[in-house]
Design a binder for this molecule. Structure first.
Ligand code: ADP
Ligand code: MG
Length: 253
Protein backbone atom coordinates (compact mmCIF):
# COMPACT_ATOMS: atom_id res chain seq x y z
CA UNK A 1 0.00 0.00 0.00
CA UNK A 2 1.37 3.43 -0.93
CA UNK A 3 1.25 6.02 1.83
CA UNK A 4 1.55 9.62 0.65
CA UNK A 5 3.38 10.97 3.70
CA UNK A 6 5.10 8.17 5.63
CA UNK A 7 6.57 9.16 8.98
CA UNK A 8 8.10 5.76 9.71
CA UNK A 9 9.20 3.43 6.90
CA UNK A 10 9.94 -0.16 7.81
CA UNK A 11 12.00 -1.94 5.16
CA UNK A 12 12.56 -5.69 5.17
CA UNK A 13 12.80 -5.78 8.95
CA UNK A 14 13.84 -9.15 10.35
CA UNK A 15 14.50 -9.68 14.05
CA UNK A 16 15.95 -12.76 15.76
CA UNK A 17 16.07 -13.43 19.51
CA UNK A 18 18.92 -15.94 19.52
CA UNK A 19 17.79 -18.40 16.86
CA UNK A 20 14.11 -17.53 17.18
CA UNK A 21 12.83 -15.37 14.34
CA UNK A 22 10.31 -12.90 15.83
CA UNK A 23 9.83 -10.70 12.74
CA UNK A 24 10.25 -11.85 9.14
CA UNK A 25 10.93 -9.38 6.37
CA UNK A 26 8.35 -6.80 7.45
CA UNK A 27 7.86 -3.81 5.14
CA UNK A 28 5.31 -1.10 5.88
CA UNK A 29 4.91 2.67 5.79
CA UNK A 30 3.36 4.38 8.80
CA UNK A 31 1.57 7.59 7.84
CA UNK A 32 2.12 10.96 9.44
CA UNK A 33 -0.57 12.29 11.82
CA UNK A 34 -2.79 9.24 11.64
CA UNK A 35 -3.41 6.32 13.98
CA UNK A 36 -2.01 3.02 12.77
CA UNK A 37 -3.21 0.01 14.72
CA UNK A 38 -1.14 -3.18 14.93
CA UNK A 39 -3.26 -6.25 15.58
CA UNK A 40 -2.53 -9.95 15.89
CA UNK A 41 -2.46 -12.80 18.38
CA UNK A 42 -0.11 -12.83 21.33
CA UNK A 43 3.52 -13.73 20.58
CA UNK A 44 3.39 -12.65 16.93
CA UNK A 45 5.94 -9.86 17.08
CA UNK A 46 3.86 -6.71 17.71
CA UNK A 47 5.93 -5.53 20.67
CA UNK A 48 9.13 -6.43 18.83
CA UNK A 49 8.05 -4.19 15.96
CA UNK A 50 7.38 -1.21 18.27
CA UNK A 51 10.64 -1.77 20.15
CA UNK A 52 12.52 -1.65 16.86
CA UNK A 53 11.22 1.84 16.08
CA UNK A 54 13.06 3.48 18.98
CA UNK A 55 15.75 0.80 19.31
CA UNK A 56 14.61 -0.29 22.76
CA UNK A 57 15.34 -3.66 21.22
CA UNK A 58 19.06 -2.89 21.69
CA UNK A 59 18.59 -3.50 25.42
CA UNK A 60 17.84 -7.22 24.87
CA UNK A 61 20.75 -9.69 24.78
CA UNK A 62 21.43 -11.77 21.70
CA UNK A 63 19.24 -9.82 19.28
CA UNK A 64 19.96 -9.70 15.56
CA UNK A 65 18.25 -7.06 13.43
CA UNK A 66 18.28 -6.88 9.64
CA UNK A 67 16.61 -4.30 7.45
CA UNK A 68 15.84 -0.65 8.06
CA UNK A 69 13.51 1.56 10.06
CA UNK A 70 13.51 5.07 8.63
CA UNK A 71 12.09 7.82 10.82
CA UNK A 72 11.78 11.09 8.91
CA UNK A 73 13.93 9.38 6.29
CA UNK A 74 16.79 8.48 8.67
CA UNK A 75 17.64 4.87 9.46
CA UNK A 76 17.50 4.41 13.24
CA UNK A 77 19.85 1.41 12.94
CA UNK A 78 22.54 3.45 11.17
CA UNK A 79 25.58 3.41 13.52
CA UNK A 80 25.77 7.20 13.11
CA UNK A 81 22.11 7.70 14.12
CA UNK A 82 21.52 9.97 17.12
CA UNK A 83 19.71 7.50 19.37
CA UNK A 84 18.91 10.07 22.08
CA UNK A 85 17.22 12.33 19.52
CA UNK A 86 15.38 9.35 17.98
CA UNK A 87 14.03 8.35 21.39
CA UNK A 88 13.06 11.97 22.19
CA UNK A 89 10.87 11.97 19.10
CA UNK A 90 8.85 9.04 20.43
CA UNK A 91 6.62 8.99 23.49
CA UNK A 92 5.91 5.52 24.87
CA UNK A 93 2.94 3.99 26.61
CA UNK A 94 3.07 0.42 27.85
CA UNK A 95 0.41 -1.99 29.02
CA UNK A 96 1.06 -0.97 32.61
CA UNK A 97 1.95 2.57 33.61
CA UNK A 98 5.45 3.14 34.97
CA UNK A 99 5.35 6.46 36.81
CA UNK A 100 8.68 7.61 38.22
CA UNK A 101 8.99 7.38 42.04
CA UNK A 102 8.36 11.09 42.54
CA UNK A 103 5.48 13.57 42.65
CA UNK A 104 2.87 14.07 39.95
CA UNK A 105 4.47 17.43 39.10
CA UNK A 106 8.00 16.03 38.93
CA UNK A 107 6.94 13.16 36.68
CA UNK A 108 5.90 15.64 34.00
CA UNK A 109 8.73 18.13 34.65
CA UNK A 110 11.36 15.36 34.55
CA UNK A 111 11.95 15.26 30.78
CA UNK A 112 11.98 19.04 30.23
CA UNK A 113 14.41 19.41 33.19
CA UNK A 114 16.75 16.82 31.67
CA UNK A 115 16.62 18.79 28.45
CA UNK A 116 17.78 21.88 30.33
CA UNK A 117 14.59 23.72 31.35
CA UNK A 118 15.15 25.37 34.76
CA UNK A 119 12.68 28.28 34.78
CA UNK A 120 10.03 27.48 37.41
CA UNK A 121 7.24 29.46 35.69
CA UNK A 122 7.94 27.73 32.39
CA UNK A 123 8.01 24.34 34.09
CA UNK A 124 4.69 25.14 35.80
CA UNK A 125 3.06 25.89 32.48
CA UNK A 126 4.65 22.87 30.76
CA UNK A 127 3.27 20.64 33.54
CA UNK A 128 -0.22 22.15 33.35
CA UNK A 129 -0.39 22.10 29.54
CA UNK A 130 0.61 18.45 29.29
CA UNK A 131 -1.57 17.26 32.14
CA UNK A 132 -4.42 18.98 30.30
CA UNK A 133 -3.44 17.36 27.00
CA UNK A 134 -3.46 13.97 28.73
CA UNK A 135 -6.92 14.65 30.17
CA UNK A 136 -5.98 14.48 33.86
CA UNK A 137 -5.39 18.11 34.93
CA UNK A 138 -8.77 18.57 36.62
CA UNK A 139 -8.26 15.43 38.70
CA UNK A 140 -4.79 16.31 40.00
CA UNK A 141 -4.42 20.10 39.91
CA UNK A 142 -4.90 20.43 43.68
CA UNK A 143 -2.40 17.71 44.60
CA UNK A 144 0.54 18.05 42.25
CA UNK A 145 2.97 17.28 45.11
CA UNK A 146 1.36 13.89 45.80
CA UNK A 147 3.51 10.85 44.91
CA UNK A 148 2.45 9.50 41.53
CA UNK A 149 1.93 5.97 42.84
CA UNK A 150 -1.05 7.16 44.89
CA UNK A 151 -3.06 7.67 41.69
CA UNK A 152 -5.29 4.93 40.29
CA UNK A 153 -3.82 2.81 37.48
CA UNK A 154 -5.96 4.65 34.92
CA UNK A 155 -4.76 8.02 36.20
CA UNK A 156 -1.15 6.79 36.26
CA UNK A 157 -1.45 5.83 32.59
CA UNK A 158 -2.66 9.34 31.72
CA UNK A 159 0.17 10.79 33.84
CA UNK A 160 2.63 8.68 31.83
CA UNK A 161 1.06 10.05 28.66
CA UNK A 162 1.58 13.61 30.02
CA UNK A 163 5.19 12.77 30.87
CA UNK A 164 5.77 11.47 27.35
CA UNK A 165 4.13 14.52 25.77
CA UNK A 166 6.18 16.96 27.86
CA UNK A 167 9.29 16.42 25.73
CA UNK A 168 7.28 17.34 22.60
CA UNK A 169 7.52 14.03 20.73
CA UNK A 170 6.44 13.60 17.11
CA UNK A 171 5.32 10.01 17.51
CA UNK A 172 3.42 8.09 20.20
CA UNK A 173 4.08 4.35 20.42
CA UNK A 174 1.46 2.66 22.58
CA UNK A 175 1.68 -1.07 23.32
CA UNK A 176 -1.76 -2.25 24.49
CA UNK A 177 -2.06 0.97 26.49
CA UNK A 178 -5.60 0.35 27.76
CA UNK A 179 -5.70 -3.40 28.31
CA UNK A 180 -4.94 -3.14 32.05
CA UNK A 181 -7.34 -0.23 32.62
CA UNK A 182 -10.95 0.05 33.74
CA UNK A 183 -13.35 0.94 30.88
CA UNK A 184 -13.65 4.63 31.84
CA UNK A 185 -9.89 5.17 31.98
CA UNK A 186 -9.50 3.19 28.76
CA UNK A 187 -11.99 5.47 27.05
CA UNK A 188 -10.15 8.57 28.30
CA UNK A 189 -6.85 7.31 26.86
CA UNK A 190 -8.58 6.51 23.56
CA UNK A 191 -10.08 9.99 23.39
CA UNK A 192 -6.65 11.52 24.00
CA UNK A 193 -5.04 9.45 21.25
CA UNK A 194 -7.77 10.53 18.82
CA UNK A 195 -7.14 14.18 19.71
CA UNK A 196 -3.36 13.82 19.59
CA UNK A 197 -3.31 12.47 16.05
CA UNK A 198 -4.07 15.98 14.81
CA UNK A 199 -0.47 16.79 15.74
CA UNK A 200 1.30 13.47 16.16
CA UNK A 201 1.77 10.13 14.49
CA UNK A 202 0.31 7.38 16.67
CA UNK A 203 1.01 3.63 16.53
CA UNK A 204 -1.14 1.49 18.82
CA UNK A 205 -0.95 -2.23 19.46
CA UNK A 206 -4.27 -3.72 20.53
CA UNK A 207 -5.95 -7.09 20.84
CA UNK A 208 -9.36 -5.54 20.91
CA UNK A 209 -11.05 -5.30 17.51
CA UNK A 210 -13.72 -2.85 18.64
CA UNK A 211 -10.98 -0.57 19.92
CA UNK A 212 -9.05 -1.03 16.67
CA UNK A 213 -12.13 0.05 14.72
CA UNK A 214 -12.67 3.14 16.88
CA UNK A 215 -9.04 4.24 16.82
CA UNK A 216 -7.47 3.10 13.61
CA UNK A 217 -7.09 5.02 10.37
CA UNK A 218 -4.90 2.15 9.17
CA UNK A 219 -4.55 -1.37 10.43
CA UNK A 220 -1.77 -3.93 10.12
CA UNK A 221 -2.37 -7.61 10.91
CA UNK A 222 0.74 -9.48 12.02
CA UNK A 223 0.82 -13.25 12.33
CA UNK A 224 3.82 -15.39 13.29
CA UNK A 225 6.24 -12.54 12.68
CA UNK A 226 4.92 -11.71 9.22
CA UNK A 227 2.93 -8.72 8.06
CA UNK A 228 -0.07 -10.49 6.57
CA UNK A 229 -2.24 -7.56 5.57
CA UNK A 230 -2.15 -3.79 5.83
CA UNK A 231 -4.65 -1.19 4.75
CA UNK A 232 -7.29 1.33 5.80
CA UNK A 233 -8.75 0.02 9.07
CA UNK A 234 -12.32 -0.11 7.84
CA UNK A 235 -11.34 -2.06 4.75
CA UNK A 236 -9.20 -4.46 6.77
CA UNK A 237 -12.02 -5.19 9.22
CA UNK A 238 -14.86 -5.36 6.73
CA UNK A 239 -13.15 -6.92 3.78
CA UNK A 240 -10.03 -8.82 4.84
CA UNK A 241 -8.35 -10.44 1.86
CA UNK A 242 -6.05 -12.97 3.47
CA UNK A 243 -7.43 -16.22 4.91
CA UNK A 244 -5.34 -15.76 8.07
CA UNK A 245 -6.83 -12.30 8.70
CA UNK A 246 -10.33 -13.68 8.13
CA UNK A 247 -9.63 -16.53 10.56
CA UNK A 248 -8.30 -14.13 13.21
CA UNK A 249 -11.40 -11.96 12.97
CA UNK A 250 -13.58 -15.04 13.37
CA UNK A 251 -11.67 -15.86 16.56
CA UNK A 252 -10.06 -18.95 15.04
CA UNK A 253 -6.39 -17.96 15.52
P1 ADP B 1 3.59 -9.84 20.82
O1 ADP B 1 3.85 -8.45 21.30
O2 ADP B 1 2.87 -9.91 19.52
O3 ADP B 1 2.90 -10.66 21.86
P2 ADP B 1 6.48 -10.17 20.99
O4 ADP B 1 7.07 -9.21 20.03
O5 ADP B 1 6.53 -9.81 22.43
O6 ADP B 1 5.00 -10.54 20.52
O7 ADP B 1 7.23 -11.56 20.82
C1 ADP B 1 7.41 -12.20 19.59
C2 ADP B 1 8.12 -13.52 19.81
O8 ADP B 1 9.44 -13.28 20.29
C3 ADP B 1 7.47 -14.43 20.83
O9 ADP B 1 7.61 -15.76 20.40
C4 ADP B 1 8.25 -14.18 22.09
O10 ADP B 1 8.26 -15.31 22.92
C5 ADP B 1 9.64 -13.90 21.55
N1 ADP B 1 10.36 -12.95 22.42
C6 ADP B 1 9.94 -11.72 22.78
N2 ADP B 1 10.85 -11.10 23.57
C7 ADP B 1 11.88 -11.97 23.71
C8 ADP B 1 13.15 -11.93 24.40
N3 ADP B 1 13.52 -10.87 25.10
N4 ADP B 1 13.93 -13.02 24.30
C9 ADP B 1 13.56 -14.11 23.59
N5 ADP B 1 12.40 -14.22 22.92
C10 ADP B 1 11.56 -13.16 22.97
MG1 MG C 1 3.29 -7.53 23.07
Amino acid sequence: MVIAKPHIQVRNLTVFYGKHCALKDVTLDIPDKKITVIIGPSGCGKTTLLKSFNRLIDLIDDVTVRGEVLVDGEDVFDPKADIIEIRRKMGLLFQRPYPLPMSIYDNVAYGPKIHGERDRDKLDSIVEDHLRQAGIWEEVKDRLDTPAWKLSIGQQQRLCLARGLAVEPEIILADEPTSALDPISAKKIEERLLTLKKELTVVVVTHNLRRARRLGDYGAFIYLGKLVEYGPMKQLLENPKDKRTQAYFKGEL
